[in-house]
Design a protein around this ligand. Structure first.
Ligand code: NDP
Length: 252
């Protein structure tokens, strides 16, 4: 797989996402939270999707206090959500917005770090549900709104272990390989039939709750803050990446 980077020293326009409506999943914490704030700071109306209402409300407040466009909140547990929940969600968004300019899938769970030999089926299923099935169902439900936009961008979040398998990364690694596959298949399907582009980002080691859980012995601040990744997240969401689709990016 060829790996791409945003242009070196990429400097997005201050109002890169002015007037855009975007959804960010996992917007309550970590990289998704910073991406939601960053997109709003560039002018986007951001639909914040996550499972913990209090976290989403605090991001909402931060965006409002910073003078960003009024966001929207969708509290949804992706481990529990049904196909019908996603269709209803898309239906209510379609009543409020006539199109969607972008979708960043950042929500994921780490699951168990243990050998396949002793992996539990329940933990395996939860990781696949959140990291793969929910992304498929949400993306499929939102495709009509994305296709109604002049140039929509869908960004999936991968991982180093979604490109090269590594011992003890279990379902998480397998789910990230599936994420890359979903991104490639969808990009190929949409390339000649729509203006929707689809790419993946491997954030690389980043100081978030997930990284701290995966590597408890690390000094957290040895890894960059999510803010350092934002040039790549902005590049792929804004018009500077028009025409780029089906590619796997590294943010570091
Ligand atoms: P965090 O754990 O900090 O954030 C993950 C977000 O996903 C949280 O807001 C969490 O909600 C949400 N989430 C988890 N489960 C569900 C669920 N069932 N329903 C809805 N939302 C859910 O992780 P990161 O920010 O570090 O990770 C962001 C993405 O980057 C992930 O896809 C991860 O796999 C990937 N990644 C991260 C790396 C890193 O070093 N940090 C490296 C490589 C890839 P809540 O806050 O309520 O728990």
């Amino acid at each position: 797989m060829d790996i791409y980077m945003a242009p070196a020293n990429y400097r997005p326009a201050a109002r890169l996402l002015q007037g855009r409506t975007l959804m960010v999943t996992g917007a309550g914490d970590g990289i998704g939270r910073v991406a939601a704030r960053t997109y709003a700071a560039c002018g986007a109306t951001v639909i914040l999707l996550g499972r913990t209402g209090s976290k989403l409300e605090s991001v909402y407040d931060e965006i409002e206090q910073a003078g960003g466009p009024k966001p929207a909140i969708i509290e949804l547990d992706l481990a529990e959500a049904t196909e019908e929940n996603f269709l209803n969600l898309a239906g209510s968004l379609a009543r409020e917005f006539d199109h969607l300019d972008g979708l960043l899938h950042s929500a994921s769970v780490l699951g168990e770090r243990r050998p396949i030999e002793s992996a539990t089926y329940a933990a395996w299923q939860e990781v696949m549900q959140v990291n793969v099935n929910a992304q498929f169902l949400l993306t499929r439900a939102l495709l009509p709104l994305l296709q109604a936009a002049p140039n929509a961008s869908v960004i999936f979040t991968s991982s180093g272990v979604g490109r090269t398998g590594k011992a003890y990364w279990g379902a998480y690694a397998v789910s990230k390989f599936a994420t890359e596959g979903l991104a490639q298949v969808l990009a190929d399907e949409l390339e000649n039939t729509s203006r929707v582009r689809v790419n993946s980002i491997n954030p690389g080691p980043t100081n978030t709750a997930m990284r701290r859980a995966a590597y408890p012995a690390e000094t957290p601040t040895d890894n960059p803050d999510p803010v350092a990744l934002m040039p790549t997240y902005l590049f792929l969401m804004g018009d500077d990446s028009l025409g780029i689709t089906g590619r796997a990016f590294n943010a570091q």
